[in-house]
Design a protein around this ligand. Structure first.
Ligand code: ZN
Length: 312
């Protein structure tokens, strides 16, 4: 009897052991399947969030790059638009005899100053007794304030070219445009005592940078009795690839031949040493063409890419 009982007990123990072994194996199998799956899901989430971070960073970089591109394109636009105008401007075929005999008029204009180059340009102009026009940006340091004064005292025309020269802010809205303009106007008034009413749009009146139509800004200028001046002759001194002084001279000479009245776009910002170097020869060669150099005044018929009279 006892042996039978012992045997039964032994069988029961074995059964139990087998059962627990089975359970162990099942748990091990389930774990070996579940753990990798869970880990995979975790990794997937992690990769996903990292991808999003990369995307954001890439977008930020792209935006910055686009902003920089817009700025540099606009500068080149100042150049290219003048070339477009060569085809657009009618020649004076119906000009009267008096007009025919009149000398060619050349208005030299300098944008983006004052800078370290402005003084040198003023010296050259003084030496050749030529009056020009300066469309300046806003700088409050003593040297710049002195340059604003000298431009006026030397008999040149002082015009505005926006305080900040930041296309993205100036052309954001009429409000930011007017704020920028008023800041520059009051700075120039405190430097020279004069109320300046001449303007040159950064990028010209037909620039394609502004999201708002340029008509809005033109309307605002008309309300304030401020006249804007574009150009029909480009020196090419604002292209991304720096031109040799001889090339700057040639660009100007070949275009001045085309017009009775030439408004020449040049720049006196920093790094425009080649414009300074080009200026004496440019003036001498233009004198050989018997042109008359004039500063822009209220009486000057403005060259406008987008005409004020077409904007109501
Ligand atoms: Zn400019």
């Amino acid at each position: 009897m006892e042996t039978v009982n012992e045997k039964n007990a032994e069988i029961a123990r074995r059964k139990k052991r087998v059962e627990s072994l089975k359970r162990g194996i099942i748990i091990a199998v389930v774990c070996s399947i579940l753990i990798p799956i869970v880990m995979c899901i975790c990794l997937l989430f992690k990769v996903n969030s990292m991808q999003k971070q990369i995307d954001t960073l890439y977008l930020m970089k792209l935006e910055k790059k686009q902003m920089e591109m817009v700025a540099s394109q606009s500068e080149e636009l100042e150049q290219s638009q003048a070339e477009l105008l060569v085809d657009e401007l009618p020649q004076t075929s119906e000009a009267s005899e008096e007009e025919q005999n009149q000398k060619k008029r050349v208005y030299l204009t300098f944008d983006d100053g004052p800078s370290s180059n402005t003084e040198a340009i003023l010296d050259v102009l003084e030496e050749y007794n030529v009056k020009a026009s300066f469309f300046v940006v806003g700088k409050e340091d003593d040297a710049s304030m002195e340059m604003y004064r000298r431009i006026v005292e030397d008999g040149h025309t002082l015009g505005m070219h926006s305080f900040s020269h930041q296309y993205s802010t100036i052309y954001q809205s009429v409000e930011s445009f007017s704020q920028d303009l008023e800041n520059l106007q009051s700075l120039l008034k405190s430097a020279t005592g004069k109320e300046i009413t001449l303007y040159r749009f950064p990028g010209g009146s037909s620039n394609k940078v502004s999201n708002i139509g340029m008509e809005e800004f033109i309307r605002y200028l008309k309300e304030k009795d401020i006249v804007y001046y574009d150009w029909n002759v480009s020196s090419g001194d604002a292209t991304s690839q720096e031109l040799e002084p001889e090339e700057v001279v040639q660009n100007v000479l070949s275009d001045v031949k085309l017009y009775k009245n030439s408004v020449v776009l040049m720049h006196d910002g920093a790094n425009k040493e080649n414009t300074v170097r080009a200026l004496p020869e440019m003036i001498e060669k233009l004198r050989e063409m018997d042109v008359e150099f004039l500063p822009i005044t209220d009486e000057t018929n403005p060259i406008q890419h987008l005409k004020a009279e077409d904007v109501n």
